[in-house]
Design a protein around this ligand. Structure first.
Ligand code: SF4
Length: 196
């Protein structure tokens, strides 16, 4: 197997036709951010604005995510952000299992390259595809799971918070839990300190 690198990742995603989602897109959305960050966010898939710009989490949900990070003093450009699928599903539907499974090749390479210590799973699709199909976002949000030395926490996707503001209090609890976990692991200053 070829040694993994960001160049290989970029080429692999650009050339990928492993599922039908690539047939009606403007741009692939591989993800972006600090490639050395100890903190990674994984969402579901690109929306309309992301598809147009080729960047993850730049639409309204992404702007809310930026504000959520700012609320715990985490600068967005110091974290890495990507999605389960790199091509926009039609009408923002949930990616089908076969699509998510195909795109995991890319996600696994991203995780191997970034080597995050903490991963926040935004929404049910990210949580189920990463932790297992038994995960229920309403039941399991805010819980920490340790997998091969990496701490993972599911929470609501910001687009769910835009649809239902009553979830914001729980999302805020989760962000505080994230800050506490980063502090406990000695990572908070690593992320926060560099942006001042
Ligand atoms: S969604 Fe992922 S697996 Fe499907 S075509 Fe796009 S990059 Fe390839």
């Amino acid at each position: 197997m070829a040694e993994i690198s960001w160049e290989l990742f970029d080429r692999q995603v650009a050339a990928c036709t492993m599922c039908p989602l690539c047939q009606n897109i403007h741009n692939k959305v591989p993800g972006q951010g600090d490639k050395q960050s100890p903190l990674m966010f994984i969402g579901e898939g690109p929306g309309q604005v992301e598809d147009e710009e080729g960047l993850a989490f730049v639409g309204p949900a992404g702007q809310l995510l930026t504000r959520m990070l700012a609320a715990i003093s985490l600068p967005r450009d110091r974290v890495y952000i990507c999605n389960i699928v790199k091509c926009r599903p039609p009408n923002n539907r949930v990616p089908e299992e076969v699509e998510a499974e195909a795109c995991k090749l890319h996600l696994r390479m991203q995780v191997a390259l970034v080597k995050p210590k903490v991963i926040v799973l935004l929404g049910s699709t990210a949580a189920k595809n990463t932790l297992g199909p038994e995960i229920r976002i309403t039941r399991d949000r805010g819980r920490w799971f340790e997998r091969k030395g990496v701490w993972m926490m599911p929470t609501y996707h910001p687009s769910a918070l835009l649809r239902d503001a009553s979830k914001k209090a729980e999302a805020w609890e989760d962000m505080q839990s994230l800050r506490d976990k980063l502090m406990e692991l000695g990572l908070y200053e690593d992320i926060y300190g560099g942006a001042k």
